[in-house]
Design a protein around this ligand. Sequence first.
Ligand SMILES: Cc1cc2nc3c(=O)[nH]c(=O)nc-3n(C[C@H](O)[C@H](O)[C@H](O)COP(=O)(O)O)c2cc1C
Length: 301
Amino acid sequence: MNTKVKLAGVTLKNPVMTASGTFGSGAEYAEFVDLNRLGAVVTKGVSSVPWEGNPTPRIAETYGGMLNAVGLQNPGIGLFVERDIPFLMKYDTKIIVNVCGKTTEDYCEVVRRLAGQPVDMLEINISCPNVKEGGIAFGQDPKAVEEITKEVKKYAKQPVIMKLSPNVTDITEMARAAEAGGADALSLINTITGMKIDIHRRAFALANKTGGLSGPAIHPVAVRMVYETAHAVNIPIIGMGGVSTAEDALELILAGATAVSVGTANFHNPTATVEIVEGILEYMEEYGVKDIAELVGGVDQ
Ligand SMILES: Cc1cc2nc3c(=O)[nH]c(=O)nc-3n(C[C@H](O)[C@H](O)[C@H](O)COP(=O)(O)O)c2cc1C
């Protein structure tokens, strides 16, 4: 059985990867998960300078998921290159670095500094709902999506994945704009903006008031958006949103995703990624699927 998938010229041993921001840079999980078994590790977002993130509380549990407003706290590209890339290099898995910024220049600076690094792909987060400037501001306007994609592509030495926001009326419009700007692949979905109120304190559960909803609650939205996007563009899609089991991953693949990322599930089940790799193999065996490529977009029309 072949579980290898090809994403913009990069071959992954299987389609299972980690979702940015939920797996650190791999080191935090290495004692639970054999990173060699993953198709790729997608790192947490990295910016040109260190970011402190938002005030606390910045996490709240919800039905079937969680809200977060971490605000992309990270140590900046300098420390990341020095510490995190050498750690990941020890493993036989692909390295995908997630990039964030407040201005186009910020994104380009990080991409430029990664140009000479042993990194396989770049994932550009233009969809974080928890950062006031930047992030989402780029991801909700098709012109801005196309522009930033074009700019990043000027400096990128690795294939560029644009990560799209679900907080839009029509995701296919953003997907087409990224493709027009030269994106090599797309990631979707990021979190869906939500809010929680603590009735006893009569206060917002999160200091930021709003946060990004993730986990099983958003999975059907992800399946729908991956399906719509797969019919709108010709570049490969990495599907994510509430993937906790192999069934969830297979749904996204059948909807049109070439690979899938596992996010919130890692928090309550640190071995979720490897269980999903195994579950996909069992499914392929049960249904006599010789090559995982047969499943991509394979839902009956
Ligand atoms: C705590 C937390 C931090 C996140 N940080 C990032 C990030 O740095 N960059 C990014 O592109 N997405 C980030 N995300 C979004 C996830 O990568 C993913 O798109 C989203 O959570 C949906 O997948 P899930 O339901 O499996 O978690 C974060 C999500 C969570 C829950």
